[in-house]
Write a protein that binds this ligand. Structure first.
Ligand code: URA
Length: 222
């Protein structure tokens, strides 16, 4: 599994705003939207392009590019925290098909000794996924990968994509290790884009230093 840490200063500045406990709800939500759009630009940098020629209003030909798979994207939003990042991504992939999965860690029960949560899946609406498509799975906080493992398993029921890309503001070494294993077990081409790999997860399953509860901060509480 390829992991890309996005070090663009704009992305790092937005992440810093998200981390700051003094960033209020509306600004937090808007920052997630900005982050989603910036991730979109970074993701598209790795898409193949082809040369095209267009005619300008001056009746002259100009060489340009077309991004090959831009219209073969499926965006899967992991509710609820991923919603604002999807809003940003959709600006870059306006023709994307979209899927929704409401998957929530059972935090009341806590983690087991291997740092895994049970995950409740309440609602799933995913379009059929073709083998020439690229699936972007949006979840701003991939802490233990418990939710992401569940999401990937659910997605397998809808067809196998050419590539799966996890779009995550912050992740951790333990999540990356698990995702590597899962990608092998499911035999999928998995890539992860993140703005930061934070060092640890606390005993409640929160990323440290992290940014707190992304869903609560974006939507104003539980
Ligand atoms: N989900 C969050 O919102 N924050 C974390 O730190 C971990 C999971």
């Amino acid at each position: 599994m390829e992991v890309k840490v996005l070090r663009h200063p704009y992305i790092q500045a937005v992440l810093t705003e998200l981390r700051d406990k003094n960033t209020e709800q509306i600004e937090f939500r808007k920052s997630l939207v900005r982050l989603g759009r910036a991730f979109g630009f970074e993701i598209i940098k790795d898409f193949e392009t082809e040369k095209v020629v267009v005619e300008t209003p001056l009746g002259v030909q100009a060489e340009g590019v077309r991004i090959k798979d831009v219209d073969k994207v499926v965006i899967v939003t992991v509710l609820r925290a991923a919603w604002p990042m999807t809003e940003g991504l959709i600006k870059i992939f306006p023709n994307a098909k979209q899927g929704i999965i409401s998957a929530k860690r059972v935090e009341e029960k806590g983690m087991d000794k291997e740092m895994r949560f049970d995950v409740d899946v309440e609602y799933v609406r995913i379009p059929h996924i073709r083998n020439d498509e690229i699936v972007l799975i949006v979840d701003p906080m991939v802490a233990t990968a418990s939710t992401m493992e569940t999401v990937l398993n659910v997605l397998m029921r809808y067809g196998k994509a050419k590539q799966y890309i996890i779009v995550s503001a912050i992740t951790t070494p333990i999540a990356i290790k698990r995702l590597e294993k899962i990608s092998k077990e499911l035999n999928i081409n998995l890539k992860l884009y993140t703005a930061s790999i934070d060092p640890e997860v606390n005993d409640k399953g929160y990323i440290v230093p992290g940014l707190g509860d992304a869903g609560d901060r974006a939507f104003g509480g539980a």
